[in-house]
Design a protein around this ligand. Structure first.
Ligand SMILES: Nc1nc2c(ncn2[C@@H]2O[C@H](COP(=O)(O)OP(=O)(O)OP(=O)(O)O)[C@@H](O)[C@H]2O)c(=O)[nH]1
Length: 90
């Protein structure tokens, strides 16, 4: 169900070309879904995204692990987006 919904959202033509960052949170918990398992689910969706820039990162919001890397990944894409996808003024 979850992957069906996220697939419907990120393959929608209105978000075509928009980078996708999937965060595998709660990695500090022993029973959390591991990043490899999440990648397995996500890779099936990523195939439908073609050349879309996408990444799965392991984080723990509680302990802060991986948060900086995630924010930096987004920061770089936001800067690029400003040049490549300027806002449509209505
Ligand atoms: N152990 C751990 N707990 C976390 C982490 N991130 C969030 N939580 C806890 O998960 C609970 C739900 O967090 P919310 O921010 O409300 O997230 P949510 O999307 O509403 O709920 P979830 O489905 O649990 O993600 C809170 O008690 C958070 O403290 C994490 O990285 N590690």
């Amino acid at each position: 169900m979850y992957s069906y919904v996220s697939e419907k959202i990120i393959t929608n033509e209105e978000v075509e070309g928009v980078p996708v960052l999937m965060l595998a949170n709660k990695q500090d918990l022993p029973n959390s879904l591991k990043v490899e398992e999440i990648k397995e689910i996500f890779n099936k969706i990523a195939m439908k995204l073609g050349a879309r820039d996408s990444r799965v990162l392991s984080i723990s919001a509680l302990e802060g692990d991986g948060v900086r890397e995630a924010v930096e990944w987004l920061f770089v894409r936001i800067l690029r987006n400003k040049q490549n996808r300027p806002p449509i003024l209505k």
